[in-house]
Write a protein that binds this ligand. Structure first.
Ligand code: FAD
Length: 830
């Protein structure tokens, strides 16, 4: 156990204290600037609606744990969670379809839910306007968190367990010695600590600034109002106060108009997201006053009635009973928004002992607190929290302007129906590869990830669709899967499989790991043997101590003391940087430099059976299997351009990744393009790429596998080198796991009807029961059927039938053997 200071006694900070003390940690101090009885942060006024279901499995599971935990906290018969259920209603056909998808997510993530007709909505919620509602989704385990009460009970029980609370104590600085935090500064003096966790809610930016950490959150005001008592419900307040809960009807969402509702006895509470975004700078709110009450607290701004007018009109339409009421009390309450809508959890790479857990809803609070407590005490959270990582943001995503614009956009879109591929419209063109001008000339349709513009397909290939052989003709798609899709992808896949195509691989993260300790670092962190000869390419995994997958990478050995790493995320970079720094601190002779070279380099994937012909036209290098075997690399010159040729392929065809530094990029593109025309070369996009990588069985970290999975379950145990004698992180755990039969496995599927394309995250039924979920999916053009990967029970055999639920319909699929395409790898090694 280490000395811990938690900043903030909101629902997150108090839950964290609870999760740590219950794991045996002893020396914990919670420092709160406001009074402990009502600290005055977002928790102090949170109406506490907990709708658990989310497109994200992580967020759903964080919410599910919060419900479980709050249900277990009680004092004098008074609980902290009122499980009234949740009802989301649709008033438009589009929303009705969205609710079907949501029902699918709930099923995938193990939350019981039911699609209900208009009649049942009305039965469950008699105040609804029958003429407006088309149907709904009912989730029995949703409900109301009594967040302020939970906070008080947590303070009480953790105080008994030895946690120290200091109210009226603002943290004004964070103290450090070198790259370690040593404590926090308060007006009453320094509180020493080895670990400082900022749970400061929307004040997170200010706390981060104390240690030079940019926290990408934006405080925004959000309107919440209470009506006067509903005459028809008079007396309810007394009845409902018997259970101390103040509500009996389900929590209600009317997302078509950005509204949600709960009861407060015989009054109604109305939350509204339809108003203009109202950003706030936390430091402008001044110090929390000595006295805080319901109406006066820093997180509560004056109600702007005019912003609420549309909400009030719409509410009286949906719930006619409220026509007998008025707005009794309203406020603009502040809480945090982020560029991608996720919470912020974790630690920066340059500083040890400093953690954050911010931009967390009440809904996810206990889940997030448990995840962080598990990370601190055991090194891993049982729920994968990669998507919440503080380090997930790219540099460009940390600027104030970016955070402000995207977080406001998230506020605006919070209840919108968003397609999984839907790109933001602004800001765009933040990062473009050196090929961008050429791609634009070819009519690239770009989607954005991590600030990068990535071609999805090229309109220039349109005419090829007509020329496709009958077995490659694209099938008709439903309206949802047609969005952000073009049949041109079929032609691009066809060309790749039968001639040759070039793919812009620039946006994939590339890091350089160099220095005398480089081999040692990678030996210690990866499952592969890194003591290979220069020029070797290795596919390998980074595990945690529990044998779970942190990421999968390619290592390219460039020199005795230098590797290039092909990685997945900015979090991979942060992890490598931290490990390299610690290694250098511990053994200075073994220093390592980790450098992100993604933007200063660029990369073309040249793949297809004719790739060798194209490349052969512009180099005299021996491109044969003997000269440059599969999984090897060579530095050379292509038409005067210094390049690295890396013999590997993400799509399962013969070919190379060709890298050069950014300034030569356009010239490289032109050179390859010209050389390729003789051989039918086209440019191809991510849509075709994704289809082919699924056919080939190449997993994508984050979608197909996460920190919840081990290599045996995920089907990547081939990336563990059984002959590696050196010790590495996770080795001991792997040896234990190898002896076990996996209870679940990631399996390829083909869709039986040959045309129903699913998109990912749909539930999969085995023998009629929900048994897993789809991770990735596409139309497999070479297979002639839609293909997918799904997590399924370990005992499901090849050839068995399963069903994928898509928009409430069950689609039959067959579990297949790996790989669906070229299982003997003959295409790659020809
Ligand atoms: P807070 O409760 O804000 O706690 C942070 C604490 O840190 C504060 O008490 C603050 O005083 C303290 N602090 C800050 N700086 C310092 C410092 N320098 N020194 C010492 N202490 C410091 N969420 C839901 O899940 N469901 C809902 O229905 C819901 N409705 C909402 C409605 C409104 C109107 C609003 C505004 C928010 C709503 N939320 C809802 C969001 C939810 O309230 C917050 O996300 C959540 O309460 C945040 O909890 P927290 O512990 O992170 O932050």
């Amino acid at each position: 156990s280490q000395r811990v200071v938690i900043i903030g006694a909101g629902i997150v900070g108090t839950n964290l204290a609870d999760e740590l003390v219950s794991r045996g940690w002893k020396d914990i101090t919670v420092v709160e600037q406001g009074p402990l009885s009502m600290p005055g942060g977002s928790t102090s006024h949170a109406p506490g609606l907990v709708f658990q279901t989310n497109t994200s499995k992580t967020m759903t599971h964080l919410a599910r744990y919060t419900v479980e935990k709050l249900l277990s906290i009680e004092k004098d018969g008074k609980k902290c969670f009122n499980q009234v259920g949740g009802l989301e209603v649709a008033t438009t056909p589009a929303r009705l379809e969205e609710l079907k998808r949501k029902h699918g997510y709930a099923t995938s993530w193990g939350i019981e839910s039911r699609l209900v007709g208009a009649e049942e909505c009305f039965q469950r919620y008699p105040h609804l306007n029958k003429d407006m509602v088309l149907g709904g989704l009912h989730i029995p385990s949703d409900g109301l968190a009594l967040a302020a009460r939970a906070t008080q009970l947590l303070i009480e029980r953790t105080t008994k367990a030895g946690v120290r609370y200091l109210g009226h104590t603002p943290v004004t600085g964070i103290e450090r010695a070198g790259r370690r935090v040593t404590g926090v500064t308060t007006p009453g003096g320094t509180i020493p600590a080895e670990i400082v966790v900022s749970c400061a809610g929307f004040w997170g930016v200010e706390l981060g600034a104390m240690v030079g950490v940019q926290i990408p959150l934006l405080p925004l005001a959000h309107q919440y109002a209470k009506t006067t008592a509903v005459p028809a419900l008079a007396g309810r307040a007394i009845n409902s106060s018997i259970n101390g809960m103040n509500a009996e009807l389900p929590i209600l969402r009317h997302q078509d108009q950005d509204l949600y509702y709960r009861e407060h006895g015989d009054q109604y509470g109305i939350g509204y997201y339809g108003h203009r975004p109202m950003p706030v700078i936390a430091s402008s709110l001044g110090l929390t006053p000595q006295h805080v009450d319901d109406k006066h607290m820093p997180s509560r701004l004056d109600f702007t009635t005019e912003d609420f007018d549309p909400a009030w009109k719409e509410t009286q339409k949906l719930l006619p009973i409220l026509q007998q009421t008025e707005i009794a009390d309203g406020f603009n309450g502040i809480f945090s928004f982020t560029p991608d809508g996720g919470p912020i959890l974790g630690q920066p790479s340059h500083l040890d002992g400093f953690y954050v857990a911010e931009a967390v809803w009440v809904t996810h609070s206990a889940g997030v607190a448990r995840a962080l407590a598990q990370i601190l005490t055991t090194g891993q959270s049982e729920i994968d929290v990669s998507e919440c990582e503080l380090s997930r943001f790219e540099k460009i995503q940390l600027s104030h302007d970016y955070v402000s614009e995207t977080s406001q956009q998230n506020f605006v879109e919070i209840y919108d129906i968003l397609h999984p591929l839907q790109p933001r419209t602004s800001p765009r063109n933040l990062r473009v590869s050196p090929f961008h001008a050429r791609e634009s000339e070819l009519g690239a349709f770009f989607l954005e990830t991590g600030g990068w513009e990535r071609p999805w397909w090229y309109e220039a290939n349109k005419d090829l669709v007509k020329a496709l052989p009958p077995s490659w003709k694209p099938v008709d798609r439903d309206a949802w899967s047609t969005q952000f899709h073009s049949p041109i992808s079929a032609a691009e896949a066809w060309k790749t499989r039968n001639a040759v195509a070039m793919f812009d691989m620039t946006a994939f993260h590339r890091f350089e790991v160099s220095g005398p300790g480089a081999v040692g670092l990678l030996q210690r962190l990866t499952t592969g043997d890194m003591a290979t000869k220069v020029g070797t390419v290795t596919y390998t995994l980074l595990l945690n101590d529990h044998g779970k997958i942190l990421t999968d990478i390619f290592t390219h050995r460039l020199a005795e003391d230098a590797f290039q790493i092909g990685a997945n995320t900015a979090t991979d970079l942060a992890y490598l940087e931290r490990e390299a720094r610690v290694q250098g601190q511990n053994s200075p002779g073994q220093w390592v430099q980790v450098r992100d070279v993604t933007g200063s380099t660029c990369c073309i994937g040249l793949w297809g059976p004719r790739a060798r012909d194209v490349l052969g036209g512009i180099t005299t290098e021996d491109l044969s299997n003997a000269g440059l075997p599969y999984f090897s690399l060579k530095n050379t010159i292509l038409s005067g351009i210094p390049v690295t040729l890396i013999r590997k392929s993400y799509v399962g065809e013969l070919g190379w990744e060709i890298q050069t530094s950014a300034e030569y990029g356009q010239r490289l593109w032109d050179t390859i393009w010209q050389a390729g025309q003789l051989h039918g070369l086209i440019a191809a996009g991510r849509s075709a790429f994704n289809s082919m990588r699924i056919e080939k069985g190449y997993r994508i970290y984050g979608s197909d596998m996460t920190t919840e999975h081990n290599p045996f379950e995920a089907g990547v145990s081939h990336a563990v080198d059984p002959t590696k004698s050196a010790d590495f992180v996770g080795k001991a755990a792997l040896q234990r796991l190898a002896a076990q039969t996996p209870a679940r496995r990631l399996r390829p599927l083909t869709i039986d009807d040959g045309r129903s394309v699913v998109l990912g995250k749909e539930p999969v039924f085995y023998k009629g029961k929900p048994a897993g979920y789809v991770t990735s999916a596409a139309f497999g053009y070479s297979v002639g059927k839609p293909v997918a990967y799904a997590w399924l029970p370990g005992n499901v055999r090849d050839g068995e039938s399963v069903e994928v639920e898509y928009f409430g319909k069950k689609i039959r699929a067959t579990v297949a053997a790996e790989s669906l395409y070229d299982p003997d790898m003959s295409r790659l090694t020809q």
